[in-house]
Design a protein around this ligand. Structure first.
Ligand code: NDP
Length: 794
C-alpha cells in the first residue's frame, strides 16, 4: 500500500496498545482467581467457579470464584475485625492510605487501563484517559476528606461494614466511587464486582495490599447475582451501596426494608439531551457522540433521548448522520477507535431486540455504514428518529450505542418531554442563551444537568439520581455523608408502646359533656370531613374524652396528595418568603400559648411545666427553620475544567410525614418545619394517640399566609395512612417515625417509585434536645443536591 494513499484518504492505520503486561498478570495467577479476603486470595469455599470472557473476541479470559455464604461470612468477619482498628486511625493516617492508593493507581495506570479494556471491551483511549485518571482523582479527593474528617464531620461516626455491589460498565471507576469514600471515613468494605468484569477489582485489591492497606479493610468477593444477594441480606453488614439496574435496586430496597441498613442506590436512566434552535449545532453533534457513543452507550447517565427543537431538527440530524459515518468501531486496544465491543453477547442481543421493537413501533433507523470487526460483540452507532414518547425505545434504558430522537416546539414542551420518564439521573441542555439554559436546567428532574456539555464527572461534585434512578449521592461532601451516621442519634432507645387508653366513666360524674368539637382533616387549605365519615375518640391517660378527630382513609390521603401536588409553586417561592412565613407561624403560635399548653397536658397527662417546655421548644424550632430557610444554600464547585458546577439543594417534592407518637406538638413541628423551609409540601399524619395539638394547629396555619396545599393533615391510623402514603406514586419521600413495624412497612411499600425514606426503626428521639431534633441533619434529608455544570470559554 502506498504512503500517498494515506495522504489521500487520511484513513487511520491500526495503533494497538501492547497487552503483554496485562496478560502476564493473568498468567501469573494461572488464569484463576479466588476471592480477596483478609489481605489474600483464597479459593471459594464451595470450589465453584465461572469463566469470564473477552468481549472483543469472545475468548476465555480467566476463571473466577463464585462467592458462597461461607465466603461472604468470612469477608464480613474480616471486615468487622478490621473496622474497629481502621476507624481508630486518625484522619491523617487514613488520608495517607488513601493517598497511597491514588498514587498506586497512577503508577499502575497503564496496566489497569489495559486490563479494563480487555475485560470490558471499552476502548483503551477511554480507560487510559477517563476511567483510570478519574479513579485516581477519587482517591486523592477522598484522602482529603479523611484528613479533614475530625474537623468537618466531628458530629458523625462511620457507618461500619459496608457491602458494595457494582456493575460492569465502569468496573474500576465504580469501585473508586464506592471504595474511596467508604475507606476515607472509617468504614471497611466487602465489594462484589459484576460477573462480566471482575478483573480490575482483583488487580486493585492486590495492588492495594502491596501499597500497605491493612488486611480486611477491603475485601473482594466475586460471583453472580446470588452472591450479591448474600451480601445484601447479611446481618453483619451495616450499609449497602449499589449501582446497577432499577429492577435489582428494587429487590435490594425490599430485602433491606426494616433491617436498619443504610442504603444508597444508583440506578438506571433515560437522560434527555435537549438541543434548542440557538445551540451551537456542531458542538451539540459532538455532544451526542460523547453522550451516547462513549463506552458503547453503556452509561447510566447516557444522553440517550435527543430532543431537538423543530426548526433545526433536519439540519441537526443531517449533521449527526454525517458525523456517525466517521466514527470508528474496532478492537478495544486500538488507540484510534471511538467504540469498542459490547460487554457480552447477552447484552448485544438485548440491544438488537430493543432496536427491532423501536423500528416495529415506527421509528426511522439510521446506522453508520462502517465495517465492524469480525467475532466478538459489536454493534453499530445507531440513531432512531421520529420516535414517539411512548415507544419502548423512548422509555426503556437500552444500555447500548442507540440514541432515540424526538422534536419539540417550545421550552415548555421540552421540559415536559424531558421529565416524561420514570428516571431522573442526568440531562444535557444545549443553547447559546444562558438564561434559557439555566431556566430549563432548574426545571429538569435530574440529579445532574450539563449545560452545553455532557458526561462530565468529578470527585468533588456529587453524582446520583431522582425518582427511579435511585437515591443518595457519590462524590463530594454529600457523598461523604452517605458513609457516616450522626453521633446524636447513636444512643436512642427503643420506643415504648403507646397503648390507646380506655374511656372510663366514673359513677356519679355529672360534669357537662364536651360540646361536639370533632376536628376535621386539613386538606388544600380547608377543613374537610373524612371520606369515610368516621371519627375516633381521643382519650386522656386518665380515661377522659378530650376530643374527637376524623378517621382518615386512603381516599383522604389521595385528596391530600393531590392538594400538595397542586402547591408546587411553594418550591420556587423565594427563601426569604418561606422564612417570613415560618416566623409568622411561630408568632401566631406563641400568641396562643395557654390554649396549646393546656391541650398538651390534657392529652398526655403530663404536668403543665412539661407541656410548657414542649410548647416553648416548638416556637423556638419554628424560628430555627425560619433562620435556616434562607441560609441552607448550595456551593460552587470548581472542577478541573474551565467552568463551574453549581451544587444546589432542591426540595424533594411531596413528602408524607408520619409523626412520632410522643411530643404531639414538637414532634410534628420538628418534621414539618424543615420540610417546608426548603420548599417541600407535606401530607402529615399527626401523633396517633395525641393528634389534637396538630388539629389545633390548622387555625395557626390559616392565619399565617401558608399557601393552600403546602401542609395537609390527615388524622387516623399511622400504619394504615403510612401505607397509603408509602405506596402512592405521586409522593416523593416519606418520613416515618413510630414503631419498628411501621419503618419496615414503609420501606417495603416505597419500592413502587423508589421514594426516599427517612425512618427511625422504632427508636425514640429526644425532641427537646436540639442536637437530636433539629438542624442540617433534617435539612439534608429534606433536599437532594442537583449539580448544574456550566463550562465556559469561547
Ligand atoms: P444488574 O443490576 O443485574 O447488576 C448490577 C450488579 O448487581 C452486578 O454486580 C450483579 O451481579 C449484581 N446483582 C444482580 N442481581 C442481584 C441481586 N438480586 N442482589 C444483589 N446483587 C445483584 O445489572 P446487569 O449487569 O444485569 O445489567 C442489566 C441492565 O441493567 C442493563 O442492560 C442496563 O440497562 C442496566 N444497568 C444499569 C447500570 C447503571 O449504572 N445504571 C449499570 C449496569 C447495568 P452479576 O453481574 O454477577 O449479575
Amino acid at each position: 500500500m502506498s504512503v500517498a494513499k494515506f495522504f489521500d484518504d487520511m484513513s487511520y492505520g491500526p495503533a494497538p496498545e501492547a497487552d503483554t503486561e496485562a496478560r502476564g498478570w493473568i498468567k501469573r495467577h494461572n488464569g484463576t482467581f479466588g476471592h480477596f479476603i483478609n489481605g489474600e486470595f483464597r479459593a471459594s469455599s464451595g470450589n465453584k467457579t465461572f469463566v469470564t470472557h473477552e468481549p472483543a473476541t469472545g475468548g476465555d479470559l480467566a476463571k473466577l470464584a463464585i462467592g458462597t455464604k461461607d465466603d461472604v461470612d468470612a469477608a464480613v468477619v474480616s471486615a468487622r475485625k478490621a473496622q474497629a482498628q481502621w476507624a481508630k486511625l486518625s484522619g491523617h493516617q487514613r488520608a495517607r492510605h488513601l493517598y497511597a492508593l491514588a498514587r498506586m493507581i497512577q503508577r499502575h495506570g497503564r496496566l489497569l487501563a489495559v486490563v479494563e479494556a480487555i475485560d470490558n471491551g471499552k476502548p483503551i483511549r477511554e480507560t487510559r484517559d477517563i476511567d483510570v485518571p478519574l479513579a485516581a482523582r477519587h482517591f486523592y479527593h477522598h484522602a482529603g476528606w479523611a484528613q479533614l474528617q475530625e474537623s468537618e464531620f466531628s458530629d458523625h461516626v462511620p457507618v461500619g461494614v459496608v457491602g458494595q455491589i457494582i456493575p460492569w460498565n465502569f468496573p474500576l471507576l465504580m469501585l473508586a466511587w464506592k471504595v474511596a469514600p467508604a475507606l476515607a471515613l472509617g468504614n471497611t468494605v466487602i465489594l462484589k464486582p459484576a460477573e462480566f468484569t471482575s478483573l480490575t477489582a482483583l488487580l486493585f485489591a492486590e495492588l492495594a495490599a502491596a501499597a500497605g492497606l491493612p488486611p480486611g479493610v477491603l475485601n473482594v468477593v466475586t460471583g453472580e447475582g446470588e452472591t450479591g444477594a448474600l451480601i445484601v441480606e447479611h446481618d453483619g453488614i451495616d450499609k449497602i451501596a449499589f449501582t446497577g439496574s432499577t429492577d435489582v435496586g428494587r429487590i435490594i430496597r425490599e430485602k433491606t426494608a426494616g433491617s436498619g441498613k443504610s442504603l444508597t442506590l444508583e440506578l438506571g436512566g433515560k437522560s434527555p439531551f435537549i438541543v434548542f434552535d440557538d445551540a451551537d449545532l456542531d458542538g451539540a453533534v459532538e455532544g451526542v457522540v460523547d453522550a451516547i457513543w462513549f463506552n458503547q452507550g453503556q452509561v447510566c447517565c447516557a444522553g440517550s433521548r435527543i430532543l431537538v427543537q423543530e426548526g433545526v431538527a433536519e439540519k441537526f440530524h443531517a449533521r449527526l448522520r454525517r458525523r456517525m459515518q466517521t466514527l470508528r468501531v474496532g478492537q478495544p486496544l486500538d488507540k484510534a477507535i471511538d467504540m469498542g465491543a459490547i460487554v457480552a453477547p447477552v447484552q448485544l442481543k438485548r440491544i438488537e431486540k430493543l432496536v427491532k421493537q423501536g423500528v416495529d413501533e415506527g421509528a426511522t433507523l439510521y446506522q453508520s455504514e462502517i465495517e465492524l470487526p469480525k467475532g466478538g460483540s459489536f454493534f453499530r452507532p445507531t440513531l432512531l428518529a421520529n420516535v414517539q414518547p411512548t415507544s419502548i425505545v423512548a422509555t426503556e434504558e437500552i444500555f447500548g450505542p442507540v440514541a432515540v430522537s424526538m422534536t419539540f416546539r417550545t421550552p415548555e414542551e421540552a421540559v415536559q418531554l424531558a421529565n416524561h420518564t420514570r428516571y431522573g439521573l442526568a440531562a444535557s441542555v444545549w443553547s447559546e442563551t444562558i438564561g434559557l439554559a439555566l431556566h430549563v436546567a432548574a426545571r429538569l428532574q435530574a440529579g445532574v444537568v450539563w449545560v452545553n456539555a455532557t458526561n462530565l464527572f468529578d470527585a468533588a461534585a456529587g453524582f446520583g439520581g431522582k425518582k427511579e434512578s435511585g437515591f443518595g449521592r457519590e462524590g463530594g461532601r454529600e457523598g461523604a455523608y452517605e458513609y457516616l451516621k450522626p453521633k446524636a442519634w447513636a444512643n436512642r432507645k427503643a420506643r415504648l408502646d403507646y397503648a390507646v387508653p380506655q374511656l372510663r366513666t366514673t359513677a356519679g360524674d355529672f360534669a357537662a359533656p364536651l360540646i361536639d368539637r370533632t376536628a376535621k382533616l386539613f386538606i388544600g387549605g380547608k377543613q374537610a370531613r373524612p371520606d369515610g365519615n368516621y371519627n375516633r375518640p381521643i382519650i386522656s391517660p386518665k380515661g377522659k374524652l378530650v376530643g374527637e378527630v376524623g378517621e382518615g382513609n386512603r381516599k383522604d390521603i389521595r385528596n391530600a396528595v393531590a392538594a400538595a401536588q397542586g402547591a408546587a409553586s411553594w418550591g420556587s417561592a423565594t427563601a426569604h418568603n418561606r422564612a417570613q412565613i415560618l416566623y409568622y407561624i411561630a408568632e401566631n403560635l406563641s400568641g396562643r400559648a395557654d390554649e396549646f399548653i393546656a391541650r398538651l397536658a390534657a392529652q398526655t397527662g403530663r404536668t403543665p411545666g412539661s407541656a410548657r417546655a414542649e410548647f416553648d421548644a416548638s416556637v423556638s424550632r419554628l424560628f430555627t427553620y425560619g433562620a435556616w430557610a434562607d441560609k441552607y444554600e448550595g456551593v460552587i464547585h470548581q472542577p478541573p475544567l474551565r467552568g463551574v458546577a453549581l451544587a444546589m439543594p432542591e426540595p424533594q417534592g411531596v413528602v408524607g410525614v408520619i409523626c412520632p407518637p410522643e411530643a404531639p406538638l414538637l414532634g410534628f413541628i420538628s418534621l414539618v418545619a424543615p420540610l417546608i423551609a426548603v420548599g417541600n409540601r407535606a401530607v402529615v399524619v399527626p401523633s396517633e394517640p395525641y393528634p389534637l395539638s396538630a388539629t389545633d394547629f390548622y387555625s395557626v396555619l390559616e392565619t399565617s399566609d401558608v399557601p393552600a396545599g403546602v401542609v395537609n393533615i390527615v388524622t387516623g391510623s399511622a400504619m394504615e395512612l403510612g401505607k397509603a402514603l408509602a405506596s402512592h406514586n405521586d409522593v416523593d419521600a416519606v418520613w416515618a417515625f413510630g414503631s419498628q413495624a411501621l419503618s419496615e412497612m414503609v420501606e417495603k411499600a416505597s419500592v413502587g417509585n423508589l421514594k426516599r425514606v427517612f425512618t427511625d426503626y422504632g427508636k425514640a428521639y429526644d425532641w427537646m434536645d436540639p442536637a437530636q431534633g433539629e438542624g442540617p441533619l433534617y435539612l439534608r434529608r429534606a433536599t437532594d443536591i442537583k449539580n448544574v455544570w456550566i463550562p465556559y470559554g469561547e
